[in-house]
Design a protein around this ligand. Structure first.
Ligand SMILES: N[C@@H](CCC(=O)N[C@@H](CS)C(=O)NCC(=O)O)C(=O)O
Length: 205
């Protein structure tokens, strides 16, 4: 498989999950700084112009949550999603929240121009990020960590998703130490060989 990624972005959740699943992959860097994601060559991979995109034997997948779900499904021995239908759906509900709310809150800092043209409106959006990200952290802290990890004692594919978003918190003006369970989760993730491998590869800041 080929993972199209950019360092520090949500695409690194996929890299971590591939390591956790024990699946080999080729990492192809997309240079967001030079706008490679806006070029026709990359639009042929992902017409949305975003990372991640995962080239599989069956075709190309986009959207972090869907890719993570796929990784859990093709590597069942790694046990990266619960067998129980309710618990599996609960895991997906956390990933949908990360995709639809927490990642979008964060994007208002660097990508405000997606939603407004005027400099004032964009500045208002940027100013709101510490508050909306803190709200998301409080929700995760109180409702989403069933144990040290999202599903309890075992790591699942939702954990790399949350972890990569947590690496953005400092830049978003949020101190993870204000959320003790989330801070412990981050420490547990940082200690994993999968996370250390992507860090050593320069994929995570
Ligand atoms: N919903 C998408 C969002 C992907 C996304 O926004 N990725 C960002 C990096 S974190 C990106 O590619 N940004 C490039 C751009 O906006 O031009 C997913 O989860 O895969």
């Amino acid at each position: 498989m080929k993972l199209h990624y950019a360092p520090g972005t949500i695409s690194i959740a996929v890299a971590i999950a591939l390591h956790e699943a024990g699946l080999d992959f080729e990492a192809i860097r997309v240079d967001l700084k030079t706008g490679a994601q806006t070029q026709p060559a990359y639009h042929r991979i992902n017409p949305k112009g975003r990372v991640p995109a995962l080239e599989t034997g069956a075709g190309i997948l986009t959207e972090t949550g869907a890719i993570l779900d796929y990784i859990a499904a093709i590597a069942p021995a790694a046990g990266l999603k619960p067998q129980d239908p309710f618990q599996a759906a609960r895991l997906r509900s956390v990933m949908y929240y990360l995709a639809s709310t927490m990642h979008v809150n964060h994007a208002h800092r660097m990508r405000a121009s997606r939603w407004a043209d005027s400099a004032d409106a964009q500045e208002d959006m940027r100013a709101k990020v510490p508050e909306t990200m803190a709200d998301s952290c409080a929700y995760i802290e109180q409702h989403c960590l069933a144990g040290p990890f999202i599903a309890g004692d075992r790591i699942t594919v939702a954990d790399p998703y949350l972890y990569v978003i947590c690496t953005w918190l400092e830049g978003d003006g949020v101190d993870v130490k204000d959320y003790p369970r989330l801070a412990a989760f981050c420490d547990a993730m940082a200690a994993r060989p999968s996370v250390q491998a992507v860090r050593a590869a320069g994929m995570l800041r």
